[in-house]
Design a protein around this ligand. Structure first.
Ligand SMILES: C[S@@+](CC[C@H](N)C(=O)[O-])C[C@H]1O[C@@H](n2cnc3c(N)ncnc32)[C@H](O)[C@@H]1O
Length: 198
């Protein structure tokens, strides 16, 4: 019962903001016909939304805790050890995944390895203690119903930049935003170029 209430809240809140505003932001960084690996796809709904908007995308989806029912086929795999060859995908997406893991650097290294062009990240950042509290509440409401790990591993913008240091990739775009005036969670996208690899 409690889980069903949380799941309903998540569907309502997402429909109001995230599902409307996030796909266009991501599509701005994807090209028609590209191969895309979506690490941490969950139920694949976001990937399905991207495919509806741009059907020529070739999206492969993996998750360490896939849902029982998914919108697209999902391979069970951990982002710490991605089961694909080096440079296998044009773009690798990590959308609201890294703050769910205590070792985001491992996932990033794997993402940079299998991406021959870009790594597209959407996550959160925080400035004040209130930001962190709001993020925790939002994360709990959005994910508790589905048993998604919740380590609440939020980073400041400078900590994100430190995380990217040492990767075979360079940051080519950073954008901070809110989904709406009512949404107090701080959102950020990073576009990494992996074209500098040997
Ligand atoms: C909040 S959901 C985001 C789902 C989807 N990317 C989206 O934006 O709608 C985070 C997902 O990341 C997955 N995840 C967390 N750590 C992971 C890891 N190390 N490898 C693969 N998936 C992971 C979780 O299982 C969960 O399904």
């Amino acid at each position: 019962m409690y889980r069903e209430i949380l799941a309903r809240w998540d569907r309502f809140a997402s429909a109001q903001s995230r599902s409307r505003h996030l796909p266009p932001r991501l599509l701005a960084h994807l090209r028609p016909g590209q191969s895309v690996l979506d690490i941490g796809t969950s139920d694949g709904r976001l990937a399905r939304d991207l495919l509806q908007a741009e059907p020529t995308l070739d999206i492969t989806a993996i998750d360490s805790h896939p849902r029982a029912e998914t919108y697209i086929p999902v391979i069970e795999a951990n982002g710490h050890d991605v089961p694909f060859a080096d440079n296998a995908f044009d773009t690798v997406m990590l959308i609201d995944v890294l703050h769910h893991d205590l070792h985001p650097e491992r996932i990033l290294r794997e993402a940079a390895r299998v991406a021959r062009g870009r790594v597209l990240i959407k996550d959160h950042y925080w400035v004040t203690a209130l930001d962190r509290a709001v993020l925790r509440l939002s994360d709990y409401l959005g994910n508790r119903a589905y048993d998604i790990p919740l380590p609440y591993n939020y980073l400041r913008l400078e900590e994100w930049r430190d995380l990217f240091t040492g990767l075979d990739a360079r940051v080519v775009a950073t954008e901070t935003f809110h989904y709406s005036v009512y949404d107090r969670c701080k959102q950020v996208t990073f576009l990494l170029d992996t074209g500098c690899k040997e």
